[in-house]
Design a binder for this molecule. Structure first.
Ligand SMILES: [Zn+2]
Length: 270
């Protein structure tokens, strides 16, 4: 967490208030929050924000004069506009690590309790290339995905989490997409090459629905105004071990694949 739908929700919320604002002052610490090779955020002072986008699970801020800041929220990162709409329960101040003062008196803040997030400031405009990540499921071609799965012995679930293949999918949406596509998550990538198109369609359907419901709040994810997402109530398998499958009634199983808890229906998925 957060995955593609949560980051998409966040960038959509931040776009209108931030675009055309100018950075007055920027600070980030500790330095361990910078990805290797990143410029410092202070270099963004006096630049105007011209775009707020998403690349995979990353929020992307574009500037003029040209520059790019990528923010990956890790597990517990939160981007918050201060003061926002007044309904915001901000995280404790000790978790405040990034501050971007804007020319209208507001401030974009970055909170991160566990500090697994990262910042990457670069002059490189192709963020996907700079981060070494693949296209997200909305942009990927079925033949591209089939090519990446061909000959792979790793479990399809594990390959879906590999951001170098497809960006944006994490543990929740991998499990939900595989259920939607009726694919057993333990199958090898190579054994589902011919189902790549169906899998991609399922991933798009699940992600689009999650975006429409403003993401899934399991623990920490909040929208920038502090409210929760709503898609967690629509999970078919994730977090439902032992509960009946919504399609067939069989008990949802949980196994560990590639170190990640994986939920599936043993009857619907093969
Ligand atoms: Zn089932």
């Amino acid at each position: 967490l957060p995955e593609l739908p949560e980051v998409e929700t966040i960038v959509r919320c931040l776009r209108r208030p931030l675009v055309s604002r100018r950075i007055v002052r920027a600070g980030l610490r500790p330095a361990s929050l910078y990805r290797k090779g990143s410029l410092r955020v202070a270099a963004l002072a006096a630049r105007a924000i011209v775009g707020v986008e998403r690349a995979g699970k990353n929020a992307v801020f574009r500037f003029d004069p040209p520059g790019v800041m990528v923010v990956n929220l890790g597990m517990t990162g939160q981007l918050v506009l201060h003061p926002a709409c007044g309904c915001l329960p901000e995280a404790p101040r000790r978790h405040l690590h990034g501050r971007f003062a804007l020319d209208d008196g507001t401030e974009l803040r970055y909170y991160d309790a566990r500090r697994f997030g990262f910042f990457f400031v670069t002059r490189e405009s192709d963020v996907f290339a700079a981060l070494g990540i693949g296209p997200d499921p909305f942009d990927a071609d079925p033949r591209y995905l089939a090519g990446k799965l061909a000959g792979r012995d790793a479990a399809i679930k594990t390959l879906l989490l590999d951001q170098r293949i497809l960006s944006g999918i994490g543990n929740i949406y991998a499990d939900e997409s595989l259920f939607d596509a009726r694919i057993d998550p333990r199958r090898s990538g190579g054994s589902v090459v011919r189902r790549a198109e169906a899998l991609l369609s399922s991933a798009r359907r699940i992600l689009a629905s999650a975006i429409a419901h403003k993401g899934s709040t399991i623990r920490d994810y909040r929208r920038p105004d502090g409210s929760r997402g709503g898609f967690q109530h629509l999970h078919a398998v994730y977090g439902r071990e032992g509960e009946p499958c919504v399609k067939c009634g069989a008990a949802i199983r949980k196994v560990v694949l590639g170190g990640r808890g994986t939920h599936f229906c043993p009857r619907c998925q093969c």
